[in-house]
Design a protein around this ligand. Structure first.
Ligand code: GTP
Length: 338
């Protein structure tokens, strides 16, 4: 909803952070949350899969993180999004839980499988939402290494690029300058209006992504004339997730060996795998990150004495053999230390 000319727009700005699985959204979110900007940001995180791993990977800061799991923000959990936004709005207006009122902008990280259009739609179709919130920009993180594959393959990645107000062409360290140029041209052809920045580790001056007043409803209606009225359910139904949880310590080598074996033949269909692991003999949590054939792990903070040590791991992709994975995971439990 636009404001009459001359009237100050006091609405709460909302930034929607999108980008395909593993592109660098959580990395960007962490950069924003740790940057010195003095703003209070209410963060809403949505993950595909029953259990969120991202909430464990988001830096510990004052901001409250609202999690929405078990579904995709653009369909099954859109009700959750509206509820959380409603609660935040009530708190700010003084009629709700005052503990939630301490924010001056909202940042929504969507799952990599989400179509941003219905998320954006939320801020236009409901009058109360539209009066209180203003969609500031849709920021799409693009994985320079895997973008061509994702754009060839799926509708969601294309929508994420087409709907962006800002495109962060991330992971520029993983591709040659020639490939980067080609990809940049492809992105510009798909969405000439978006501002495009090259990034590594999603490093960007936050003034280029927050408070930029870039969302232009008229332009979005040109791309998708049914934007305000249509139901958007263009999902690739073949994509699903497998979740694994184990309280006994794991053997890292066994985990890497079976993943390697799987990826040799199924790397293309294995979009994203990640987890926080309890590894035998290691006093830190091990964060594991994988995207197609590329994976790595690193020690994070020490396990705290007041928390349960456990491993949680999720794999998202197509044609995943759930039975095989469950067996392999179970086989990764470390044998007792001698
Ligand atoms: N080489 C390289 N790796 C990066 C870069 N940016 C992020 N990564 C890594 O890519 C992996 C995925 O990053 P995330 O920020 O978790 O990606 P995401 O988009 O939040 O992932 P999902 O929420 O699972 O869709 C992590 O291991 C990051 O450290 C980069 O510029 N270069």
């Amino acid at each position: 909803m636009s404001q009459p000319i001359g009237q100050v727009d006091n609405r709460i700005p909302v930034t929607v952070l999108t980008g395909f699985l593993g592109a660098g959204k959580t990395t960007l979110l962490n950069n924003v949350l740790t940057a010195d900007h003095g703003q209070k940001i209410a963060v809403i995180v949505n993950e595909f899969g029953e259990v969120g791993i991202d909430n464990q990977l988001v830096v510990g800061v004052d901001e409250e993180i609202f999690e929405m799991n078990n579904g995709c923000i653009c369909c099954t959990v859109r009700g959750d999004l509206i509820r959380i936004l409603g609660e935040l709005m009530d708190a700010k207006k003084g009629s709700g839980n005052s503990a939630k009122a301490n924010f001056d902008r909202v940042l929504i990280e969507t799952t990599g499988l989400a179509d941003p259009a219905p998320v954006a739609q939320t801020f236009f179709v409901d009058e109360e939402m539209a009066e209180f919130y203003k969609l500031d920009a849709i920021v799409t993180v693009v994985d320079a290494k895997h973008a061509d594959q994702h754009l060839d393959d799926g509708h969601e990645a294309q929508e994420q690029v087409a709907f962006a107000d800002v495109l962060l062409l991330n992971k520029t360290d993983l591709v040659s300058p020639e490939d980067l140029k080609k990809l940049e041209q492809r992105l510009i052809a798909m969405n000439p209006a978006a501002k495009l920045h090259h990034t590594r580790q999603s490093q960007i001056d936050i003034n280029k992504i927050l408070g930029i007043d870039a969302f232009d409803l008229a332009k979005k209606l040109e791309i998708e004339p049914g934007f305000l009225t249509e139901e958007h359910h263009d999902h690739d139904d073949d994509v699903f997730s497998i979740f694994f949880r184990e309280e006994q310590p794991l053997d890292m080598e066994k985990l890497e060996t079976f993943l390697q074996e799987w990826l040799e033949d199924h790397g293309t269909d294995t979009f994203r795998y990640k987890g926080v692991l309890n590894i035998q003999g290691v006093k830190q949590r091990i964060v594991f990150q994988g995207i197609h054939m590329l994976f790595s792990s690193y020690p994070d903070r020490d396990w705290r004495s007041d928390e349960k040590r456990l491993s949680e791991f999720v794999i998202i992709g197509r044609n995943l053999d759930t039975e095989w994975f469950n067996k392999q995971f179970a086989g990764c439990v470390a044998t007792a230390v001698k």
